[in-house]
Design a protein around this ligand. Structure first.
Ligand SMILES: C[S@@+](CC[C@H](N)C(=O)[O-])C[C@H]1O[C@@H](n2cnc3c(N)ncnc32)[C@H](O)[C@@H]1O
Length: 203
């Protein structure tokens, strides 16, 4: 039994997804085909479709989240791929865009997976990164503790705590030639640390 099985958990998680979707929808053109990297339960993907009904969203994750239901996947605009390797199994330049919501710090190598997102997005396409980033050691301690506690409520999610500092991500965007066209922040719950939001474009 995991806390993520409880109705209250699902309700709060849905609320978080509504907040994310409202914030992100204006950054995404309707009609795009996007990769939702580390899609989890795909609640946010479903909420995005309420706001942008012509999106096509492919979710990719190394686990099938316990709350990713067949009901969600009955929507033909959504699909799910279980990833079995540590690369993104898509051809180069395949998607119009990619989103990674609170996911990169769960991977073994956030910089490598950012480069993978860049690879699978077409030239001129976008990557939207929503990620907790630290600005000092105390932030890092806080987000590591919060992330560990929240993710242990779910079954099977790897929690390697690979958080990076804000300045490290900014440098990495430069290193990879990704151009920042939007930056902001969103707070999924009043009690949670804000998440940085970057929209990056592949030249
Ligand atoms: C905190 S959850 C976020 C889920 C969803 N994006 C959301 O915001 O609700 C992080 C997700 O990343 C997934 N993940 C971790 N490493 C991954 C990898 N190498 N490839 C794909 N997904 C991965 C986890 O299984 C987990 O579902």
């Amino acid at each position: 039994m995991f806390l993520a099985d409880l109705p209250i958990y699902k309700k709060l998680t849905r609320q978080r997804s509504i907040t994310f979707a409202k914030y992100l929808a204006p950054l995404i053109s309707d009609g795009s085909h996007i990769l939702d990297f580390g899609c989890g339960n795909m609640y946010t993907a479903r909420q995005l479709l309420h706001l942008k009904p012509n999106l096509k969203i492919t979710g990719l994750d190394i686990i099938r989240d316990q709350n990713l239901s067949n009901d969600i996947l009955s929507d033909k605009r959504l699909s799910f791929q279980l990833s079995s390797t540590n690369i993104i199994q898509s051809p180069d330049d395949y998607y119009d865009g990619a989103i990674a919501l609170a996911t990169l710090h769960h991977t073994p190598d956030p910089e490598f997976f950012l480069s993978e997102l860049k690879r699978v997005v077409r030239p001129g396409g976008f990557i939207i990164l929503v990620e907790e980033m630290a600005v000092n050691f105390f932030d890092k301690l806080y987000i590591c503790t919060e992330d560990w506690l929240l993710n242990k409520m779910k079954e099977g999610v790897p929690v390697p705590l690979n958080f990076r500092y804000h300045h490290q991500y900014k440098q990495e965007f430069k290193n990879q030639g990704l151009v920042i066209v939007f930056q902001g922040s969103v707070r999924p719950f009043p009690t949670m640390m804000h998440h940085y939001v970057y929209k990056l474009v592949k030249q």
